[in-house]
Design a protein around this ligand. Structure first.
Ligand SMILES: C[S@@+](CC[C@H](N)C(=O)[O-])C[C@H]1O[C@@H](n2cnc3c(N)ncnc32)[C@H](O)[C@@H]1O
Length: 393
């Protein structure tokens, strides 16, 4: 590893943080899921020249997934390059070997200007529709307490694909659910453990309105925006790429749910106030909290409390447990037993209505919902689920 003695102190700390993030990404996100990204993350963590590339991007966006997506986007137009040979999504079949890291470094070197431009101007944009499994589990929990129609809002909705949850078919463990109408999209998710608080695929409640909120909504009519979304699919996930494309085609041909350009930490309450009707509002967030500062997370929780003064509001989340715990004191108690499980997401629900406050853990899951382990009781501590558990898919 080369050190950076001449750096201004701030940059030096930022590079150290990036080094740590890549190692964490390798150990918690990639292991067992992506041999290519695991090997590259370890290699990048030890290469200051590559870490420096990400220094072009604004602080909050400096994360491994952004560099990987920028490279993946360029690889889509260069499928004959040596590096693409390691990426099944680009037709590659080469297993990880000692030439992967040199090929990655050479590719970045040859495309340094384009990469720097992408990293300066783009932000992380994923839309993982498998997270609809978490949303369905949460909706079932809400439906039992508040039977009847619901309005649906997703904070950090990206392209809004999760808002079309009833347009997809589901195969979750041994349960199946049909879509509303014919669907080219099937969401699959493995179930771990036994016992569930709610059925994983309970009846879909009537959804009266749908709205997404995102700082950078993805315009699916724009081919470049679609290509950027696809660039976040991991090298080995050719199946996920096909599912994403089918979901995007469906959203473009169906009446896609609107995604408002806004900041979830300041705009959620007034956007909810503007929704028609008086039925309860479900706010879903998945992988949003890690994009917010500590004060942003508190502000988001405040927005939900504020909106709940006018109509019942339920927050359904699929988020890192430690961040859930840091967002709200009631949730801190609920998430405490799993708060250090950085490689897993807590799926839960937090219901606010005048005189009513109810929080429940519903499941632990892989962050991309490749598997879900439903809770055995509302305040399950999940001691029965191994902390390090990799996807079998
Ligand atoms: C990792 S993506 C997850 C998208 C979607 N929830 C999913 O599960 O596929 C996080 C999204 O949050 C958005 N985001 C980040 N900070 C935000 C904020 N303060 N307000 C609204 N959206 C935000 C990003 O633009 C991005 O689309």
């Amino acid at each position: 590893m080369t050190e950076r003695p001449g750096d201004p102190a701030g940059d030096g700390i930022a590079v150290q943080r990036l080094r740590f993030l890549f190692r964490l990404f390798a150990g918690t996100q990639c292991r067992g899921r992506s041999p290519v990204y695991e090997a590259l993350s370890e290699g990048i963590a030890a290469d200051d020249g590559l870490l420096d590339l990400l220094m072009a991007t604004p602080g909050g966006q400096r994360r491994p997934s952004l560099l990987f997506a920028a490279v993946n986007l360029l690889l889509a137009s260069d499928p004959d390059s040596e590096l693409a040979g390691y990426y099944p999504v680009h037709g590659g079949r080469r297993p990880v070997d000692g030439q992967l890291m040199p090929a990655f470094a050479a590719f970045c070197d040859a495309h340094r200007d384009e990469l720097t431009r992408l990293l300066r101007t783009r932000s992380t944009q994923t839309n993982e529709i498998r997270r609809c499994v978490a949303l369905r589990l949460g909706l079932d929990h809400v439906r039992r307490r508040w039977p009847g129609p619901l309005a649906l809002v997703e904070a950090g909705a990206s392209a809004g694909l999760n808002l079309l949850l009833d347009r997809y078919r589901y195969r979750v463990g041994d349960q199946e659910a049909a879509a509303a109408g014919a669907s080219p999209v099937t969401i699959t998710c493995e179930v771990r453990g036994s016992g569930t608080v709610s059925p994983l695929l309970g009846p879909m409640p009537e959804i009266t309105s749908r709205l997404g909120i995102d700082e950078y909504p993805v315009n699916l009519a724009d081919p470049q925006a679609r290509a950027w979304l696809e660039a976040f699919i991991w090298p080995e996930q050719a199946g996920d790429l096909a599912v994403l494309r089918a979901a995007v085609d469906l959203a473009v041909s169906a009446d896609a749910a609107p995604v408002a350009c806004g900041d979830a930490t300041t705009d959620t309450a007034w956007l909810i106030d503007e929704l028609p009707g008086h039925e309860p509002v479900v706010v879903f967030s998945a992988s949003l909290l890690s994009y917010l500062s500590a004060s942003g997370r508190e502000a988001f929780a405040g927005q939900l409390r504020q909106a709940a003064r006018h109509r019942p509001v339920a927050w359904i989340f699929a988020e890192a447990p430690g961040l859930v715990a840091a967002t709200d004191p009631d949730l801190a108690r609920l998430a405490a037993p799993v708060a250090t499980r950085n490689a897993q997401y807590l799926v839960g629900a937090s219901l606010h209505a005048p005189g009513e406050r109810d929080v429940a853990s519903l499941a632990l899951a892989d962050p991309y919902l490749r598997w879900i382990a439903p809770a055995r009781r509302p305040s399950d501590d999940f001691q029965w689920l191994p902390e390090v558990t990799t996807s079998r898919r």
